[in-house]
Design a protein around this ligand. Structure first.
Ligand code: HEC
Length: 273
């Protein structure tokens, strides 16, 4: 896939990462990358050290998992938010944080409440903490909407949560997070060339679950990473069958099925963060 991308050093990085991931990610529950690949060669023209590339990739992957975990928690509580008979839903930022901590721990092996004890690369601890803070703030600001009575659909859905969190996090840290899909509902989520190529790979049903794809960008000394998203039952209320029929948000359904790839989180992060 790599050779068609101009001006970027894609090269053997992908294979290199596959080789090193089982070592780096033992503490994160990173499960899918298990092929034995031969040891890496130093990529030509690569300014950053391999070590910092690996660490940056690990951080990018964890940030994507944390954003996706937040989306998952919002998705799991959708019925509660949209219950018109209840006023106070009890979904405070602290309740959200508790649920998020559980989901993230089960997916990554990392305890958000004790980041100082986690084995994390340089900069990763601070960035994960910032993403947690921003996520809680977005939930705090949505309280008035969530707790409205006599309205069913409140519009606080995973994509809205994710977009708000991503925008703030990018402002705060300079690390870009984006939700994207091959046929995006929101044009501002449209994939660029690299994202589109990767999404096409993710869409292949035989593609290994949760296996990330990344590349380094020599010009800006940054790394970009794509993390695949999968549909749960709740996603299908909006993105499932029957294809073309409008969901409660007014968009035509995509006809996705349970467990299918439903897009990706795209991360762009300076190497060595
Ligand atoms: C209540 C309906 C609803 C649910 C539930 C829902 N989505 Fe969405 N999704 C939307 C809407 C509406 C947008 C576009 C939001 C916007 O305007 O930015 C969207 C956007 C997205 C995007 C960004 C790309 C795009 O199409 O703009 C992805 C990826 C996505 N959804 C995946 C999922 C996944 C995976 C789940 C389950 C975890 C899920 N969605 C649950 C309605 C929903």
């Amino acid at each position: 896939m790599a050779s068609s991308i101009h001006g970027r050093v894609v090269t053997v990085i992908r294979n290199v990462l596959e080789w090193v991931f089982p070592i780096l990610l033992v503490t994160t529950g990173g499960s899918t990358i298990s092929e034995a690949v031969s040891p890496p060669k130093q990529p030509a023209g690569q300014g950053a050290s391999l070590q910092s590339v690996f660490e940056t990739e690990q951080t990018a992957r964890l940030l994507a998992i944390l954003l996706d975990s937040g989306r998952y928690v919002i998705n799991e509580n959708q019925e509660l938010f949209d219950d018109p008979s209840k006023e106070h839903k009890g979904f405070s930022p602290e309740v959200f944080e508790h649920q998020l901590t559980e989901v993230f721990r089960s997916r990554s092996g990392i305890d958000l409440q004790d980041l100082s004890a986690a084995r994390l690369p340089n900069g990763g601890r601070e960035l994960l903490h910032s993403l947690l803070v921003v996520s809680k703030r977005v939930v705090a600001e949505a309280q008035a909407d969530i707790n409205r009575k006599d309205v069913d659909f409140k519009g606080f859905i995973p994509a809205v949560f994710g977009a708000r969190v991503a925008a703030r996090f990018t402002d705060m840290t300079g690390v870009r997070l984006k939700q994207t899909a091959l046929a995006p509902r929101n044009p501002s989520n449209a994939p660029d060339h690299f994202e589109k190529m990767v999404l096409q790979q993710f869409a292949d049903p035989s593609y290994p679950r949760e296996k990330v794809i990344s590349e380094t960008i020599a010009k800006s000394n940054s790394l970009r990473l794509m993390f695949p998203l999968y549909t749960t039952r709740q996603c299908l209320d909006c993105h499932g069958e029957p294809k073309g029929e409008l969901d409660k948000t007014g968009y035509p359904r995509e006809g996705l099925r349970l467990g299918q790839n439903g897009g990706a989180i795209s991360v762009v992060i300076p190497i060595g963060r």
